[in-house]
Design a protein. Sequence first.
Lengths: 374, 353, 326
Amino acid sequence: MSDNLTLPAQQGSADAGSPSTETLLKVEGLTKHFPIYGGFPIRRKVGAVQAVDGVDLSVGVGESVGLVGESGCGKSTTGRLITRLLEPTAGRITYAGQDITHASRRELAPVRSEIQMIFQDPYSSLNPRQTVGTIIKSPMEVNGIDPAGGREKRVRELLELVGLNPEHYNRFPHEFSGGQRQRIGVARALALNPKLIIADEPVSALDVSIQAQVVNLLQKVQDELGIAFVFIAHDLAIVRHFSQRIAVMYLGKVVEVGDRDSIYNRPRHPYTHALLSAVPEVEIDGEDDGRERIRLSGDVPSPIQPPSGCRFRTRCWKAQDKCATEEPPLVQLSGNRGGHLTACHFPEDPTTEDRGEDIVLDPALAALEDDATQ
Amino acid sequence: MTTLTKESGAPTSADAGAFLSVRDLRVQFRTEDGIVKAVDGLSFDLERGRTLGIVGESGSGKSVTNLTILGLHNPQFATIDGEIVLDGQELITARERELEKLRGNKMAMIFQDPLTALSPYYTVGRQLSEPFMKHKGASKKEARDRAIEMLTKVGIPQPKVRFDDYPHQFSGGMRQRAMIAMALMCDPDLLIADEPTTALDVTVQAQILDLLKDLQQEFGSAIVFITHDLGVISKMADDLLVMYAGRAVERGSVKEVLGAPRHPYTWGLLSSMPRLNSDIHQALTPIPGSPPSLLNPPSGCPFHPRCAFRSEVPGTLCTDSRPPLGEGRAAACHLTAEQKQSIFIDKIQPRLR
Amino acid sequence: MLRFIFRRTLGAVVILVLLTVVAFLLFFGMPRDPALLMCGKTCTPDALANIHKTLGIDKSIPEQFWIFLQGLFVGRDDFAQGPCPAPCFGYSYHTNENVWTTLIDRLPTTVSLAIGSAVLFLLVGLGSGLLAAWKRGTVVDKTFTAGAMVLSSMQIYFLGPLVLALLVFQMHLFDQPTYTPFTDNPADWFTGLIIPWAVLSTIFAAQYTRMARSSMIEQLQEEHVRTARAKGMSRGYVFFRYAWRGSLIPIVTIFGIDIGSLLGGAIITEFTFGLPGLGRLAVEAVNFSDLPLLLGVMLFSAAMILLFNIIVDACYAFIDPRVRLS
């Protein structure tokens, strides 16, 4: 707690681990298993892809929570479960005090308009046969919402808000560039005045120079309209830039969650360390950045048969017998700030600085580096 | 021209020492909508054992350039002008048979997506063995031994077993390792890596990048490393070429270009991306607009419609005349050297904290 | 693999049974009474009832169906024409012959026609398709593409009589097509079928040219094909080893459907050239409201298509290891 870093105040007190503001969304033990069918001669369920397995998460009003992790970690599935595009296998989703885990279409209707989604691919997520006006207008039509001044006026306002020319109301998606299309996606998500937006990799399909345009737009939307975000991305620097609180996922589980500073500067879970160390950073002054170097071995294991106990143990340098038998609970470790939870039996020191000796688990890499030093 | 050069080591072009030399390369594609100028007057040099990073966004011509070096464009649809000299041999005018002898042998390529870049119909072992048998006249047995040696080197567990597996039985990272092993089968002098880690997860990317660097130390190949990711390039390359709309806009060593960039586009790229240690109060500064269409590129400097410093250049120079890219450490921009330096120090550097 | 084939065969049998039910209900549940046709002009109610009895259509439809189904698997003994061993489709109303024997009798003609033209159109069609793809964008390609376009829009009933009129009746280059069993005289078998083969395979070959060309061109743009080029393999090697393998999938799929339906009887071709195959049998059966025969031909054709569907699926596994190993 002696950290002298002051965190930005732009989002009020939402920076603290557990948001002191009102909780908007609460997810407990959220689980999604996709069944696998096979067998002979009668096909039956032979297993399940454990895409999401007991995720706990909370999002405060107006807060941005980042969800990071590598492919197969379940971050996108989690997003889809929250918006109820997928039906959860188990767990509970509470939105504004209302349990929506298995809410019917009718019960969900008022909530649907408050939770919106922005998708990754701005090319396939917009209907090419509809005009921009129709695309942005349709959520209002579906939900029977008539804003003052009419829907068309509202669409023009939205287009202006996301930085597009309102005159382009009647154009089709293909007349826009990738970045502009993503703006259309944002405008559509905003059409119903949502309180929560699930942004699933909203910039990763865009060119570098365009990504910043969309990130800034989302940030403006969040600041001005006070919309809470679940920001799903694999780019750790962008998530850090955008989110006050971050959850790190690995193979369907949250392994570490905490405020921005805790996760990026004082991580405790070995996977968080490995992830941060793997990010290639531009070294502007040309100096060594003085960060620790961790190179894992192999790829993420299959979520069909995830490792027992701690799921990261098969790639972890600290793993011991206990890790295989006992699943580490997601708890606040001593020395951590409030709300900084870690699921690890043998946590690392809370620093990302160079540890003097690199951790290189990849056998090929280790062999080549041994040769080179000899 | 070199007032900002902090150190030597910038590519000394035009002398005979360059192992790969590209001069005034122009690649045009005929399409139904018109002629696409994919590469428009590109020149660079690469010495043995060094890594040249080419960075640019989609449509900047970076991938087209490298397929041109390998001679993989269909001459029916592409018009190629200029000069590509690899170790004294001119490649653009070379006959197909000559190129076939070089490909996979003296120059090899690693593609972006190993899932689609490896054939699903043949075993990994067979795909590795093929070039070795063809170029080195090796027997099946020798090729197999070599392939297993290379698979071991790139860190495929149980290489003897995995030799007979198909690509889809490999995980993403393992596939890219196999792809690297395939490229290194004949010990090439030039390795072209086209976004080799873009399709991979970040922890796997870190493994593969380090592996490539270590293998380069051992094999001594020259590498052309293409990417859109400035972070990746700063880890991999010695020298850097920034491309925009089919042209090189800035050239220098990685330290020079990323440490003291001189082109407004490079400034834009650097200030539009957050870093792990950047100040979160510092808003990102995007480059306005989008990359131009290569069917109808802007006149003069192709970056002028998006350039924030156009007003600093007198008259209509930016719209009328294409700024040349000088030799060595250079940026193709009409701003004067003093302007570039002062703009960078006063306006750009504070954004990069 | 065996499991896969077993499962698919099981599925095919289920489809055949369902098809039998539907076909049976359609044919035998029709308001049109076949007995009326046989009874003639001086028909009395007694005679009609008699015919109903001999045809076995005096019973309820479910009852008839059960008897029919039994006949398929164990044979029947209740026909005036004599015993009917399994698989029993009954006796033709029109010719009084055993339906199954008739089918077997007509089969060689259809098989000869199908196999002969398949060999021809595969050779010509795939060959010219590959050539066009190899020479993409050249005059050769354009000529082949245009030719294939014209020929594939032809119809047998137009091209057939045209060829007959020109080559047979006008120029006397060939004899009129006939069917001589291969075992009787191979030379006559060949010369008798050469015109039907040529006409049938011209139209098919044109379609296969277009398909092979587009499939190859698509494959040649695959990234793994480019990788093969990038490692120095020659254009021919890449063309035949890498691109060809992938383009086989759509070709095999269509070929399975085509050969299956050809073996079920090429109705128009057989009719045009007067060949006594299954296709012609089907037409005859329709003309005479010969329900047992019609049902027989139909089920036989359906079985052929299903059989080749299974063969095609098994072929996928040979072509693509991803299918084999998943």
